[in-house]
Design a binder for this molecule. Structure first.
Ligand SMILES: CCCCCCCCCCCCCCCC(=O)SCCNC(=O)CCNC(=O)[C@H](O)C(C)(C)COP(=O)(O)OP(=O)(O)OC[C@H]1O[C@@H](n2cnc3c(N)ncnc32)[C@H](O)[C@@H]1OP(=O)(O)O
Ligand SMILES: NC(=O)C1=CN([C@@H]2O[C@H](COP(=O)(O)OP(=O)(O)OC[C@H]3O[C@@H](n4cnc5c(N)ncnc54)[C@H](OP(=O)(O)O)[C@@H]3O)[C@@H](O)[C@H]2O)C=CC1
Length: 568
């Protein structure tokens, strides 16, 4: 297994080309209607082209057929919505979707379109669903399980591919993660090579694909192992052997997710001579910043589950470094950058794949300690319904301290709660919830306990290439993020969109927190009295101290009463 050494500096291409790419904003008006036809005729690179022929982003996507994988996922949905809303002239979106949980792929797509996320686009264009064409596909199957007719159809019409699908589970067995994150990517690239009018292939990776490095440039690093060799070797091994050798294979990466995403980048890079490729590497993708609504989020992944568990008062302690940068990036910014990168790749046709580290830490840093503070105060202002305890989570980098608080603040209350449930004839559940929570946060701690430095020059370069109008519509300027406001909206978003709680119930939720506070005070008082009673029953010294304190209090009281009578 070869260890990553240097990197292939594909990110430098733009710096050589930059002086030639100036925009003639006056020329753009002319392009609005026919920009796309001209672009499909361009043969490689922007050299020698009239600056006036560069369309804006919506102009570019006008009339285009776009293929999207992972459209039913968190980021895929935001991508579909934004494309439909900000590029209303896009011709069609072909979504590769699989049937799931007893639902056909058509049913899943039509359910997706009724979701709140699409309210804004529905207002502007109630018929937006006519532009969505679901294609049945199971990415883990040979040929992606796309029918020959669909392959023909896609080959004939697709102009841009966005590959978002992946398994993002940290505990995914290596064989499955490899199948979906690497082999499916390989198969999609083969399909892309058959597409006669393909202008850009955008692959969504992760900023943590190379988390075994502290400084990460916008380059594709040599893979930990040649993907083809690994695929061939794992093919004949049974699952238990693969499970046994997984830790050796992933080496200094924390999980199969980051490992297979690194391999996928290598697979994508191998095609860079034949296709126009962009690789987007977001860090920790969080709720939306502004669009389509602030705070939109629909899952428990990454920090969202942690915030919810803290807001419900379940999570009281977690291992994280207060001073480490929390590299969160809002989903709408990631999607804006993705669409802009698709445009740039198709219009400028870089000679090799460009990598965009889509991160915030280097430009507008915020730390886990600050996140903890703002999450807690936000949930105190806007509490979640039926909290288990008052929100009060603390992060610590000290292992022993964390174990102590797990015992005192997680396991002990869970035992008491389950005991009460048992007494009332119900099934105990709290310990089970805590065990799952501990598993989840155990998998996240790697990312919250250290920080990384990402170079994000390509992101800045891309921004400099946009017209002022596109910069507003496809805003990914992370300097504009106001973190406290963003975190507040994020917490409210988890309440509204993940837990489906009504904002009008906040007074009742506050009342519930007050009740919990009173229960806690009463419980603590009873506990102190109980311990003290046990103590003074057994020790003469404790009794002496007790009488001394009581007589002291009595003397003070008499003194204040006497002095207040004199002053009257
Ligand atoms: C105030 C403090 C501030 C400090 C705050 C620090 C935050 C520090 C974040 C770092 C974050 C790094 C992120 C790296 C950046 C990427 O590269 S992004 C990719 C991120 N990927 C993930 O986050 C996936 C992680 N999740 C997993 O691997 C798996 O879900 C887990 C955690 C192993 C759990 O597996 P499982 O026990 O099999 O559970 P799973 O089937 O996933 O879910 C079962 C149910 O529990 C729910 N659930 C899942 N997770 C949770 C959860 N965490 N809570 C509650 N319910 C949950 C599911 O929705 C599901 O519900 P149903 O559909 O059954 O109704
Ligand atoms: N979320 C994050 O914080 C980050 C995500 N990323 C990357 O962004 C991309 C999108 O992530 P995100 O939206 O959060 O992930 P989700 O888990 O929300 O979505 C994954 C998508 O992939 C699809 N998919 C999974 N397996 C298959 C399959 N066998 N056949 C067909 N489709 C399948 C899912 O479809 P289905 O609905 O059928 O399951 C779903 O649409 C991924 O590549 C991820 O690595 C990168 C950095 C951070």
């Amino acid at each position: 297994m070869s260890q990553p050494t240097g990197g292939v500096h594909v990110g430098l291409w733009w710096r050589q080309k930059e002086p030639t790419v100036e925009r003639d904003l006056d020329g753009l008006g002319e392009q609005a209607t026919d920009g796309h036809t001209r672009l499909t005729d361009i043969g490689g690179g922007t050299e020698g082209r009239s600056m006036a022929s560069i369309p804006s982003i919506p102009e570019y996507y006008a009339g285009k057929n776009v293929l999207i994988t992972g459209a039913t996922g968190f980021m895929g949905k935001v991508l579909v919505e934004k494309l439909l809303r900000a590029c209303p002239e896009v011709r069609a979106l072909y979504l590769l979707v699989r049937p799931k949980a007893g639902q056909s792929m058509e049913q899943r797509v039509s359910d997706m379109m009724t979701c709140k996320l699409f309210d804004r686009v529905r207002e502007v264009n109630p018929d937006f669903h006519l532009k969505i064409i679901p294609i049945s596909s199971e990415l883990t199957q040979p040929g992606l399980a796309i029918s020959p007719e669909d392959v023909e159809r896609l080959s004939a019409c697709i102009n841009v591919v966005f590959h978002c699908a992946a398994t993002i589970r940290f505990d995914e067995p290596l064989k499955h993660a490899l199948q979906l994150n690497v082999i499916a990517t390989q198969q999609l690239l083969s399909l892309a090579k058959q597409m006669q009018h393909l202008e850009a292939f955008v692959h969504i990776s992760t900023a943590y694909a190379n988390c075994n490095r502290k400084h990460i440039d916008e380059v594709i690093y040599p893979p930990p192992v040649e993907p083809k060799k690994l695929i061939d070797s794992l093919e004949w091994m049974d699952d238990s052997i693969v499970r046994d050798i997984t830790p050796r294979l992933i080496g200094d990466r924390p999980n199969t997710y980051t490992y297979t995403k690194a391999l996928a980048e290598c697979v994508v890079q191998q095609e860079q001579d034949k296709l126009n490729i962009a690789i987007i590497r977001p860090s920790i993708v969080g709720a939306s910043w502004q669009e389509p609504v602030p705070g939109w989020i629909d899952n428990f992944n990454g920090p969202s589950g942690v915030f919810i568990a803290a807001g419900k008062g379940i999570l009281r302690t977690m291992r994280a470094n207060n001073d480490a940068v929390a590299d969160l990036v809002p989903v709408d910014m990631v999607i804006n950058l993705t669409l802009a990168a698709g445009w740039y790749t198709a219009v400028h046709r870089p000679k090799s794949a460009l990598v965009y580290n889509c991160t915030t830490g280097g430009i507008n840093p915020f730390h886990w300690g600050q996140i903890e503070h703002h999450v807690m105060s936000s949930f105190k202002r806007n509490p979640l319904e039926q909290a288990f305890r008052r929100p009060n989570a603390n992060i610590t980098s000290n292992y022993l301290m964390n174990q102590y608080w797990i015992l005192v603040s997680h396991k002990f209350p869970a035992l008491i709660y389950d005991f009460v449930l048992r007494l009332s004839g119900q099934k105990p559940q709290m310990m089970r919830i805590f065990n799952r929570l501990h598993k989840a946060i155990g998998l996240l701690e790697y990312f919250s306990s250290q920080d990384w430095e990402w170079n994000s020059e390509n992101m800045s370069m891309l921004m400099s290439q946009l017209t002022p109008e596109d910069r507003r519509t496809f805003n990914f300027d992370v300097r504009q993020l106001n973190w406290p406001e963003y975190i507040e909206n994020y917490c409210i978003g988890t309440k509204k969109y993940v837990l489906n709680e009504d904002m009008s119930d906040i007074p009742a939720a506050r009342q519930h927190l007050r009740k919990l506070r009173n229960i806690r005070y009463t419980f603590n008082t009873l506990l102190v009295v109980f311990i003290w009673r046990v103590f003074i029953a057994r020790s003469q010294m404790a009794r002496n101290i007790w009488y001394f304190v009581v007589s002291l209090c009595f003397k003070f009281l008499s003194y204040f009463r006497a002095s207040s009578t004199i002053t009257k």
